[in-house]
Design a protein around this ligand. Structure first.
Ligand code: AMP
Length: 202
């Protein structure tokens, strides 16, 4: 069963339309027989996606740093919740557990995670699908900024294209599934950031 990591906002101040987007993505992940890798919080979009996956009969695996257990309200209904000592460990566990990454609108934490899986895919440290799902265009300035960097020669076209931009949950999951199918079953484990990943990618 493919595991999809969803990176998204943990803010409680956002337009509820984005919380609904997260719920829609979670429902679709479950309906299509995937499991969820999440940041292990139960607030905002992060909470909504995990709740919707479970309501749809899917499995959720959450990873949360001890220091954020209170702030992001640890997801006690997760099928498995791992509490880490720090953020780096959290990200490593999430990245390793995921077969693909779906990124929804979010803040600095979400951007950080998107840029990490995007740049490491561009470096061929992994070949997992990286898909942005942004129906409201919140992340469009980022997309345009990267295009400007391509125009300026700072980013190569294939690196910019290592992420796919979509505008609906259905489209996002279609891209994920096509990417997973193209890779075939039993792809070797990869690491987004670790030394093993660097060695495997070199
Ligand atoms: P945000 O997009 O800022 O609402 O954060 C979404 C999630 O990203 C939250 O669970 C944050 O804990 C997490 N996050 C915040 N900063 C970082 C970071 N530097 N690296 C990885 N995740 C982060």
């Amino acid at each position: 069963m493919p595991a999809i990591a969803v990176y998204c906002s943990a803010s409680e101040r956002i337009d509820p339309v984005h919380v609904q987007l997260a719920a829609d993505v979670g429902a679709l992940i479950a309906a299509r027989g995937h499991s969820l890798v999440s940041g292990g919080g139960s607030v905002s979009m992060m909470g909504a996606v995990a709740k919707a996956v479970r309501e749809g009969g899917g499995r959720t695996y959450g990873v949360i740093p001890r220091a954020l257990l209170e702030k992001e309200v640890g997801d006690r209904y997760a099928d498995e919740l791992v509490v880490t000592d720090g953020m780096r460990e959290r990200k490593g566990l999430m990245d390793d557990a995921a077969d693909a990454f779906v990124v929804l609108p979010g803040g600095l934490g979400t951007l950080e995670e998107l840029l990490e899986v995007w740049s490491s895919r561009a470096l061929a440290l992994h070949a997992k699908p990286v898909v942005v799902c942004d129906p409201t265009g919140v992340l469009d300035p980022l997309r345009r900024a990267v295009e400007a960097l391509v125009d300026g020669g700072f980013v190569q076209r294939p690196a910019a294209d290592a992420v796919t931009w979509t505008t609906s949950p259905e489209q996002a999951l279609d891209v994920v599934e096509a990417g997973l199918a193209a890779r075939g079953p039993g792809a070797a484990p990869e690491h987004v950031l670790t030394q093993e990943g660097l060695e495997a990618g070199s």
